[in-house]
Design a protein around this ligand. Structure first.
Ligand SMILES: Cc1cc2nc3c(=O)[nH]c(=O)nc-3n(C[C@H](O)[C@H](O)[C@H](O)COP(=O)(O)O)c2cc1C
Length: 198
């Protein structure tokens, strides 16, 4: 059994919230074992139900299973620092967003925002069923666009590693010591009533 840290031992909410928000975190230790298609579908199903402007559902998910034909293409997009631990992921995902409204072709100012909401749904579902979901900005966007044939009216947003939780002791030392659920700013650090005054 993996010696995963318990997020609830590291995180305390200042106000009562659903435990799942604290349980979701971004581990790097994974076993390299596959996840069931049914579990992948549960994650994507959660992503599906995110809110979006005009119900546009701008998000698009491209994925590669580690045992499938597209793994190397996706893995090669990652920054070396992410490859170190993503080699044990079960699935790598590239999230895209459609930049224009389907109904009239006009620019959609919130395509990134909506796609982020979809990712968070997926991540929370992963936390709920004990599957690692770890978002990544550290990858080559231009290469992703080219090697995955992404059209110009879609943005490449982020990558995600998905996998079975592993033993933190399998990580290199510098990552092992960071394998602890992080804290957060205070509400007062990121909110103001009224005008901007940070
Ligand atoms: C869009 C996005 C990009 C991220 N990029 C990386 C990354 O390239 N490499 C990495 O190891 N973690 C990455 N992370 C994980 C963040 O560092 C992590 O979410 C943050 O420190 C908060 O920790 P938590 O998710 O465990 O609560 C990313 C997270 C998000 C949402």
């Amino acid at each position: 059994m993996a010696k995963l840290p318990d997020p609830l031992q590291h995180r305390k909410a200042d106000h009562p919230i659903e435990t799942l928000f604290l349980q979701r975190w971004s581990p790097r230790a994974m076993t390299g074992q596959p996840i069931a298609d049914s579990d992948l579908n549960r994650l994507l199903e959660a992503a599906r139900w995110a809110p979006s402007t005009n119900n546009e559902q701008e998000w698009r998910y491209l994925y590669a299973k580690r045992t499938g034909p597209h793994w190397q293409t996706f893995f090669d997009l990652l920054a070396p620092g992410n490859q170190v631990w993503c080699k044990n992921a079960a699935v790598l995902v590239v999230i895209l967003s459609k930049k224009t409204f389907t109904r009239n072709g006009k620019p959609n100012p919130v395509h990134t925002f909506d796609s982020g909401a979809s990712f968070e749904n997926l991540a929370l579902q992963g936390a709920a069923i004990g599957i690692v979901v770890h978002g990544m900005a550290g990858f080559d966007r231009n290469k992703a666009r080219q090697s995955l044939s992404v059209p110009d009216d879609y943005d490449v947003e982020a990558m995600v590693a998905i996998g079975q939780p592993g033993d933190p002791d399998t990580l290199p030392p510098e990552l092992r010591e960071r394998e602890i659920p992080s804290g957060r700013k205070k509400i007062s650090d990121f909110t103001r009533e009224g005008h901007f005054s940070f």
